[in-house]
Design a binder for this molecule. Structure first.
Ligand code: PNS
Length: 164
């Protein structure tokens, strides 16, 4: 067998995931079908006052993907591209919902390419029903007493309800 056929394609899907939404889950499952392994990488210290602590977010993501052996959940600090290098990954996955996401995502992808030309950013579109779902809006709706059922995995909703 040649090297190319034995090499595993590892992707990193970085983010704050505060909280993990069903849109994120959709992207991760698509990535898990496309790559040999996908690492969901939670940024440490993204927000000084997160809605869910890092350990809660880790626990939730590990619960959600417990039955998906090629989905790994991890944390990272510092530069994403350095983490990608350490994990011997070749792909950075980011979700694109609408044109409004594009500008920021393009800047990040090009900066990351400048820092590590070997890591390729791959944009993936979630199912249409998640195109308006973001962690920011989920947080706002929840804080104002609205229902977030169907927007986030059950584990997220249950933990948030406890905080009410
Ligand atoms: O879920 P988010 O907040 O949109 O994710 C943003 C994230 C974590 C992907 C981004 O902030 C990041 O990669 N931070 C790590 C620090 C870094 O590498 N910065 C330079 C990126 S251009």
């Amino acid at each position: 067998m040649t090297r190319a056929t034995t090499e595993k394609r590892v992707a990193v899907y970085p983010g704050s995931f505060d909280p993990l939404t069903n849109g994120h889950v959709d992207i991760i499952l698509r990535g898990a079908r496309l790559f040999d392994r996908i690492i969901v990488a939670l940024l440490v210290n993204a927000d000084k006052e997160p809605l869910l602590s890092l350990s809660e977010r880790l626990e939730i993501a590990r619960e959600v993907f417990a039955t998906h052996p090629n989905v790994e959940v991890d944390t990272f600090e510092g530069l994403l591209v350095e983490y990608v290098r350490r994990k011997r990954a070749s792909v950075i996955v980011r979700g694109l919902r609408a044109v409004s996401d594009f500008e920021f995502e393009l800047e990040m992808a090009l900066m990351n390419r400048r820092l590590n030309a070997e890591a390729e950013t791959v944009f993936m579109m979630p199912a249409e029903r998640y195109t308006y779902v973001s962690s920011r809006l989920v947080k706002e709706v929840f804080a104002l007493g609205g229902s977030i059922t169907g927007l986030v995995p059950e584990g997220v909703e249950a933990r948030l309800m406890k905080k009410r």
